[in-house]
Design a binder for this molecule. Structure first.
Ligand code: SAM
Ligand code: SF4
Length: 334
């Protein structure tokens, strides 16, 4: 057994979120500008390199692997990668293989994902109104995503919806989404919009809807039971007594829970970000490509974990966007 990854604040790193592409078939207004420039394909790690990287993290104690992007399911050959990762589930070295997706390709891939040992997925869905869905995703179409959700459940995947709370946009759907989740036996998480990357003409402060307000509104209609459940992440959960559904709140702005952070993120070009809310990163691609032996790569991973900061500095409290980071969420992976 290799020594585990422990950061300078004594937090064990057991969760890797890997972005396999920066590309996407949607253009969500809070995530990308409409005319995004994507990375040249040659900069991307190959599927074999992604496999090698994940395998080293797993050897060093990572127990949960989440595949994200961009839209992970638009990366060519991605199912080969999921199939390869399933060997770590079979060996017992990995507890969970999962993904975050916009759902557009689920109709096609849900069964194959389940066959690879994926048990739970997160699907991003900000609205159930077809016109609004087209507006917020710019290029997405709701019926395709709803068919994807149906396919996922049919394949036995447990689905959690993720919605970004957007002021003046989906406030009115707080109850519609809660009801949809109850009817379809899904849990859901609300996320505060974070200041990541240039998104063209959209206004971050204008978009920000505090989850404190959202929670208060929800409490007018349901009895909220606080759950002690912690995932080492920024989410805090309640259960709706009337329906049994779990609702999570990810509140990087109005609260932060960095002290228990157990995760790091690696981009599709092999950059490791040890904090979503900081610009600091280290390169793993050069050591990965420098030699077939893993020594350089392992050293680079350990050195990066040794630089993990205490937490992020996002703050809107002075009505200005503080702690903004330059890259888009689709670059680091949400
Ligand atoms: N394309 C996939 C999807 O949409 O689920 C995976 C990648 S996406 C970047 C991951 C998550 O990040 C999504 O739930 C998305 O809503 C969220 N996200 C993107 N930009 C964000 C921002 N600026 N603030 C908060 N959440 C954001
Ligand atoms: Fe694509 Fe996900 Fe970003 Fe939307 S949030 S543009 S689906 S990567």
């Amino acid at each position: 057994m290799e020594s585990p990854l422990i950061d300078p604040f004594a937090r064990a790193i057991t969760y890797l979120r890997l972005s396999v592409t920066d590309r996407c078939d949607f253009r969500c207004v809070y995530c990308m500008s409409e005319n995004m420039t994507f990375l040249p394909k040659k900069d991307l790690l190959t599927l074999e390199e992604l496999d090698r990287l994940c395998t080293r993290f797993i050897a060093m104690g990572v127990r949960k692997l989440r595949i994200t992007g961009g839209e992970p399911l638009v990366r060519k050959g991605i199912m080969t990668f999921f199939e390869a990762m399933s060997r770590h589930l079979a060996s017992g070295d990995l507890d969970e293989l999962t993904l975050t997706t916009n759902g557009s390709q689920l109709e096609k891939y849900a069964q194959a994902l389940a066959d690879c040992g994926v048990r739970r997925i997160n699907v991003s869905l900000d609205t159930l109104d077809e016109a609004k869905f087209a507006e917020v995703t710019r290029w997405g179409r709701l019926p395709q995503v709803l068919r994807g959700l149906e396919a996922a459940q049919k394949a036995g995947l447990r689905v959690k919806l993720n919605a970004v709370a957007l002021k003046g946009f989906n406030e009115s759907e707080l109850l519609t989404l809660a009801q949809y989740c109850a009817e379809h036996d899904m849990d859901m998480t609300w996320i505060e919009v974070m200041p990541m990357g240039d998104i063209g003409n959209e206004n971050r402060i204008g978009q920000f809807w505090s989850l404190k307000d959202l929670r208060a509104e929800l409490a007018k209609h349901y009895t909220l039971i606080d759950l002690a459940e912690r995932t080492g992440g920024p989410a805090r959960y309640v259960q709706l007594q009337e329906t049994g559904q779990k609702i999570g709140f990810i509140t990087p702005l109005s609260h932060n829970f960095c002290e228990s952070c157990n995760r790091v993120r690696v981009t599709c070009t092999g950059e490791i970000y040890t904090c979503l809310g900081q610009d600091g990163m280290s390169d793993l691609r050069a050591p990965l490509r420098a030699s077939d032996d893993d020594t350089l790569l392992d050293d680079a991973i350990r050195a990066a974990i040794g630089l993990k900061p205490k937490g992020h500095d996002f703050d809107y409290s002075r009505q200005t966007v503080e702690g903004q980071v330059a890259r888009h969420m689709s670059h680091t992976g949400g």
